[in-house]
Design a protein around this ligand. Structure first.
Ligand code: SF4
Length: 717
């Protein structure tokens, strides 16, 4: 373990991609005392301006979880997990991997990463899979999060950075169109940046649910459009139709900076607002008013700027990439991307969802966000890794397909899971549990006994956020230092140490340093020349700049000024072969799981203020668990009457894949035809028992947001 940690540390929140700045330290200044309470204070920073949400304020309690894992666990012949030494546990993992690969081939071992891992861990995991295991089977839970936004941005702009501008730029905008994002609950401090749009009456929230974010558009602050679930794409096509039909599109910008406008203009001509209203339920007059509001805010028409932003609500769909493309088409028609004070962006969800996909744990990418099938990229990365590029595996498969293949005759027989609670967060979770149970070997690295860890053959206890050094990349593409504030409990190791030790046991004794700064330096070299270029960055440079630095930040020649980083992308050109952004024709498709007599109600899923992702961390924080203790289903009073339940009753929700039981929250803000459930819980109330694993053909994103269900009062237990 590295040197003694300081008594307080300037670091960032362990949870979402806003990566709010905070200072950690015990109230009495004795950070060295193992088990001492950890104080948390918000720290001034451009994104959170000193603020934290309830999750951030209570994040110190995660460090003191009463069931913290502190010793490796091995499943014995009796089926029970029992404590083991590190040597014993790692020896078993290495032996079993060797046996499985010698019997079934290299592809019989797979790796599943997470969007909360530091950049260093994400990089080391990708390298471990390709250099030590030599398997193509690696992907991560960002596939459930940012994959559609990434695919849409890559094909339009040639690069995928959630926000290609600093979040604080939003503050000066006259209008913000926010699609499928409940910022007021998922990233509360970010709401301050919507103040300009609200003051101008220009906040437009598109969400089938009346969320706290939708309520921000009340009282003259803007508009809430409440479309039928799954019809966001039609809303976007109608908005684009109005722009062109009324001469509001920025034709000069479209001509000089884009391609594909003519084809898109032609395709949206069929989506006049009255036709769109028939599909999405949003009044045609509202669609026209919103298109005019956005156009008035655009720089081309003398406005103070406009942004189009998407979130998981529209992206977690088998049509997610098409919807993102429609949002980008709209932003391009308005002339927004690449102009200071305007733009398109995706609100990344997980803490390192951005960096997590840039350094090689995505099935189709190498470090630097390079395509794994690009010969030049393979040669560059192979040279940094000291291997022959011909020995690097090719592209793997997206996460859902990887899980489908687990435990099958031709698929992976062993899976290593890092930073992910799959049996709660993956779609069609019952089937995922079955696939994991069919494996010959499941190894889970975690900090607490998550539901996935409890299924494992080997559990390896690892350090968590405030016990280790590293870097994260926020939703803005801002690279930040995560700092060690306190000692880890006796018995745990960092994941970099685990990979170092396992690599050595599997015959690769060098190339996997356990020092995060050393790993970062190699990551930076591997990223050099890629679109996500970190080569001008180092831990020391990030330590000297408390505000972080935006990629791309390439290395500069010795003796010259370091590159300042790139807060705003696309100001001169887009990183496409011709320097232009590409509009892409997209058409709506029918929902994967349409309503029918035996499943007449839409189910949509999402997050609540108090919990984060699968809830493995936040369910262990007493204040958060008390404030939001159990799974619930939100439904309209008339639907509740029809089902025969009252507020507080237990409701059984059933889809074609399974059943879940949750407490009824009856609210007039719900649509009559739609119920909402959060996904933070395991067990009978786990909503991903109901969701389907149909995927987007472009991004591999599963259809997590929407399925058809029936409801009835839960039978007495
Ligand atoms: Fe943490 Fe996100 Fe809350 Fe900020 S908004 S305190 S990063 S969970």
């Amino acid at each position: 373990m590295a040197s003694k940690p300081p008594v307080s540390a300037a670091t960032h929140c362990p949870y979402c991609a806003l990566q709010c700045a905070m200072t950690l330290g015990p109230p009495d200044g004795d950070a060295q005392a193992v088990g001492a309470p950890v104080s948390v204070a918000g720290r001034d920073f451009p994104t959170n301006q000193g603020g934290l949400c309830q999750k951030g304020w209570t994040s110190g309690q995660v460090l003191r979880a009463s069931d913290r894992l502190t010793t490796p666990l091995l499943r014995g012949p009796d089926g029970e997990l029992r404590p083991a030494t590190w040597d014993e546990a790692l020896g078993v993992v290495a032996d079993r991997i060797r046996q499985i690969q010698s019997r079934h081939g290299r592809e019989a071992v797979a790796v599943f990463g997470g969007g909360g891992l530091t950049n260093e861990k994400a990089y080391a995991l990708g390298k471990f899979a390709r250099v030590v295991l030599r398997t193509p089977y690696i992907d991560y839970n960002g596939r459930f999060c940012m994959a559609s936004a990434a695919a849409g941005a890559n094909r339009a702009f040639g690069v995928d950075r959630g926000l290609p501008f600093p979040l604080a730029d939003l503050g000066g905008a006259q209008a913000v169109l926010l699609l499928g994002s409940n910022l007021a609950e998922t990233m509360p401090p970010s709401v301050a940046h919507l103040a300009g749009a609200r003051a101008s009456g220009g906040l437009v929230v598109v969400d089938p649910r009346r969320t706290p974010t939708a309520a921000l558009a009340d009282d003259g602050a803007g508009v809430h459009l409440q479309p039928a679930p799954g019809t966001d794409l039609v809303v976007l096509l109608a908005l684009a139709h109005v722009l062109w039909a009324e001469g509001l599109a920025d034709s000069r910008y479209l001509t000089s900076r884009t391609t594909g406008a003519r084809e898109v203009r032609s395709s949206v001509s069929a989506w006049w607002p009255e036709r769109a209203e028939q599909v999405c339920g949003v009044p045609a007059a509202d669609l026209r008013a919103v298109a005019r509001l956005l156009a008035a805010a655009s720089p081309a028409r003398g406005g103070h700027g406009a942004y189009v932003l998407t979130g998981r609500g529209v992206e977690q769909s088998a049509h997610g990439t098409a919807t993102v493309s429609a949002a980008i088409n709209l932003a391009l028609a308005l002339g927004l991307p690449g102009r200071v004070g305007s733009g398109y962006g995706a609100i990344t969800g997980q803490g390192n969802g951005q960096g997590g996909r840039e350094h090689g744990q995505k099935a189709d990418q190498l470090p630097g966000a390079r395509r794994i099938d690009d010969p030049a990229a393979r040669a560059h990365v192979a040279a940094v890794w000291g291997v022959d590029p011909r020995d690097l595996p090719g592209p793997g498969v997206p996460a859902v397909e990887l899980l489908r293949r687990c435990g099958t005759a031709d698929g992976p027989r062993a899976l290593l899971v890092h930073g992910c609670n799959l049996v709660v967060s993956a779609p069609d979770a019952t089937r995922v549990r079955e696939r994991l149970a069919a494996l010959d070997l499941l190894v889970v690295c975690d900090v607490v006994p998550s539901e996935t860890a409890l299924l494992a053959d080997v559990v390896l206890p690892v350090t968590q956020w405030a016990e280790e050094e590293g870097t994260m990349t926020s939703l803005e593409g801002r690279v930040l230092r995560r700092r060690r504030a306190l000692p880890a409990p006796q018995g745990v190791r960092t994941e970099l140490e685990v990979l170092h030790d396992l690599a050595a046991l599997l015959g690769v004794p060098t190339g996997f340093p356990a020092d995060p700064a050393e790993v970062f330096d190699e990551l930076a070299r591997a990223s050099a020349g890629g679109v996500a270029d970190y080569s001008g960055l180092s831990h020391a440079r990030l330590d000297a700049d408390q505000r972080g630095l935006f990629w791309p930040c390439p290395a500069t020649p010795a003796g010259s000024e370091p590159h300042p980083g790139t807060p705003r992308l696309f100001l001169d050109r887009f990183p496409t072969p011709d320097g232009r952004a590409r509009l892409v024709v997209v058409e709506p498709d029918s929902p994967s799981d349409g309503l029918r007599p035996d499943a007449p109600v839409h189910l949509i899923t999402g997050r609540v203020l108090q919990h984060y992702q699968s809830g493995a961390q936040t369910r262990r924080v007493a204040a958060l668990a008390a404030a939001q203790p159990e799974p619930f289903v939100e439904l309209h009073p008339l639907l509740a009457d029809l089902v025969g339940v009252a507020d507080g009753d237990l409701v059984q929700v059933a889809s074609a894949r399974g059943e879940a039981v949750a407490v009824a929250h009856v609210t007039p803000g719900a649509r009559l035809d739609t119920v909402f459930m959060p996904f933070h819980w395991a067990g009978p109330g786990s909503v991903n028992r109901l969701t389907l694993d149909t995927t987007d053909p472009v991004s591999g994103m599963p259809d997590l947001k929407l399925c058809a269900v029936s409801l009835r009062p839960a039978p007495p237990s």
